[in-house]
Every structure is written in C-alpha cells, then in structure tokens.
Design a protein around this ligand. Sequence first.
Ligand SMILES: C[S@@+](CC[C@H](N)C(=O)[O-])C[C@H]1O[C@@H](n2cnc3c(N)ncnc32)[C@H](O)[C@@H]1O
Length: 287
Amino acid sequence: MKQRAIIAVLLILTWSAVLSISCSTKPEEQSEAEKYQISRGGTSEITIRNVTDKSIDYKIKTIYSPGDAIERSLGVGDIERFPSKAGVELTFKQGDIWQKYLLDSNMPYSFRYDENGQLELYEGSHGRDDAEDLAPFVATPMLVVEKMLEMAELDRDDVIYDLGCGDGRIVITAAKKYGARGVGIDLSSERIKESRTNAIEAGVENLVEFRREDVTKSDISQATVVTLYLLTESNELLRPILEKQLKPGTLVISHNYDIPGWEKKEIDYASLKTQDDEEHMIYLYQK
Ligand SMILES: C[S@@+](CC[C@H](N)C(=O)[O-])C[C@H]1O[C@@H](n2cnc3c(N)ncnc32)[C@H](O)[C@@H]1O
C-alpha cells in the first residue's frame, strides 16, 4: 500500500475512456469475464462499503446497460451489493468534483478518507457483512519484513501473530530466520491456502499455523509479537483488542500505518526505501 494511494481504485476513467472501453469490448471478452467470475466461485456481485463517518450519495450503472444511473445513498458502516456480471460505473462527489470510476465485477470496494481527509473509493478485501474490511491484500516487501523482524529482536521463544497475514510471509520468515513460532490470521480462504503452501515450501510448517478468522474476533493473547499492515482506522479499531488481550511487554509492529491513541507506547520507528524508491514506515510499540 503506497500510503493508501496504491490501494486507491486505479480505474479512474474519464467518461470518454469508459465509452471507448464499452464500445471496443467484443462479446467474447464479456464471456471471458463471466468465466473468470465463475472460476473465482463468486456470486458476480460488487460490494460497496462505507467506512467513513458520513452517509455518501452516489450514482451507479452497469456499464453495458442503457438507461440512467441509479441514485443511491450509503449510510455509515453500510454495505450495498450490486449483482453484476459486467463492471459498473460509479460516480460520487469528491469535494466539488464528480468522480467517475469503473468498478470490476465480483470485487469489494470501500469508501474511505484519504490522507488529506478527502473521500476516496478504494479496493477492499471482502464484502462480508459479519466482518470488518480492514485492508485489501498487498504484501509487505521482503526488505520491510526483514527490518520489522529485526526491530522485534525475535528469538525462538517468541510467538508472532500477523493480523491479516496475506501470503504468510511475515510469520514464515520469522520461523525460518529466527526459529520463532507464528500464527497468521486472515479472512480470505485463498490467502490461508497460499500461506500454508508457502510454509511447506519454506519447511517451517511445524512452527507456523494459519487460521481463517476475522481478526477482530480472534484470540491473540498468546502473542509475544504482533505485526500489522492494515489501515490507520483499522488499527484504531483493533486497539481495544490489543489492549484487552495482549500481555504487558508484547511488541506490536505496524507497517506504514500508526496506531492512533498509542503514541505513548511507541518505542521506536524506522523509515526505509525499497528498490522502487517507495518509502516505508515501521512503527514499533510496546504494550
Ligand atoms: C495489506 S494485507 C497485509 C498482508 C500481510 N500482513 C503482509 O504484511 O504482507 C491485509 C490483509 O488483511 C486481510 N483482512 C482484511 N480484513 C480482515 C479481517 N477482518 N480479518 C482477517 N483478515 C482481514 C486481507 O485479506 C489482507 O490479506
């Protein structure tokens, strides 16, 4: 996540670009898209979640359909579902400007605020009503993983929990390099499957465990180190859980996003650049 911008919906299209795509798309391409939806086992629905503190008015329309866009209003914390085999055009007001985005079918999206407090539509992680969407899957670059683990001064007595573990790389590297035990938690079955395969490939399956759970409902009390690569508002949401469950002295390391309200618990930080010249922040807290 390049400071959120990278997870922003990249499909910012002008109206003319939308038109040119819809005019140039052949029927065969549409049926390929349908195959893709089936292969993902989804219900061909687009979910749009409001993770802001205000209700949001927007307009939506299936790209291939004639007729006017439907006007909708999305309440705080609500999710709307649009059954759609094709993409949809979604228009919303960003400050004084109407933005029109093209959304992929079978994908989750979330309205959030960007770092300047501006309303933005981001790719999401899932469209489940029973769980918070904490962040889409974007892996921490290995250089940053190495630095996070170095800052934690891990050893074989540690138990590291990665909340929203993605492909499992943080706990797998911790096990491989430091002999630490680890638990990776993610809501996505695809990610958990990938993590388990990666652990076997790395030869550390006896040290790590991957659980398909909503991290806001997980038992993380056995952790000595917790890692996060979520969004600031997700860290804020998790803070009471960290406070309630973690033992005093437990380290919490967050990639790029700080934990609001834990300023006094911050004991170190680092900033490093990856090969693509992208700057990454690491925040180290101690409970
Ligand atoms: C930005 S990725 C971080 C991946 C990994 N920790 C890393 O640093 O490489 C965030 C992950 O959180 C997962 N996630 C989002 N909401 C979740 C929830 N409520 N419970 C569990 N996992 C969640 C997503 O599926 C995604 O894999």
